[in-house]
Design a protein around this ligand. Sequence first.
Ligand code: PGA
Length: 242
Amino acid sequence: MIKLDDFSSFFVANWKLNGNLEFIDQFISKLSLPKDRSRCVVICPTSIYLDYMSKHKSGFYLGCQNVSQHKDGAFTGEISAESLSDLNVNFCIIGHSERRHIFHEKDDDINLKSSILITNKLIPIVCVGETLEQKEKGITNQVLAEQLKNSIPNVSNSGNTLIAYEPIWAIGTGLTPKIEEINNTHHFIKKHNPRFHNYKILYGGSVKSNNAKDIISLSNVDGVLIGGASLKSDEFTKIIQD
Ligand code: PGA
């Protein structure tokens, strides 16, 4: 398993349902990786291209965007953690708000998925975040505490799991919380429950080259999860180099 403590920061590209072979070849040829090897760069393409990317990449890690909670068996269309491990995939985004809302994944599913990833020596990147309505009601911390308690399995610890805080209203909207709000929320996640004291926490939601540096330099932020801006190799390069 990757040693999370070897890295000072994490830059995770979530390509969602985007990209094809031509896109991947161009992206990789234009991408310029940071000289600072303590910056961990992870790219999560659609799973069908993981094998191709694992053969053509160098200098960055691969992540998947979802996994089956089942080990194997009659589960048509699913992808197992063991198969991901075979393809040299080291990370997997779990419980992204699009999975929670569009595909109705619940904390219990996320807990099982995280657990099977850890068993197979992959790092789950467990996403949590509040809706705009929950933010406006002032219950963000309560929502996050509940999601974390239920989504993160007992086998998890700060050495085998990453947490991503992604306010749902900030995803793909160009809106972000104020910079001090991000730091405060990460502080809350690290401190409210002794279990999560040493976890590394990524921020996600409208991260771009013009705000990534400010976000990543916050004392309680250990990395960023990037959607839209990670599809442009020049923009992504700026974010990881800056
Ligand atoms: P965004 O997406 O950077 O396009 O807001 C982030 C995410 O969905 O992880």
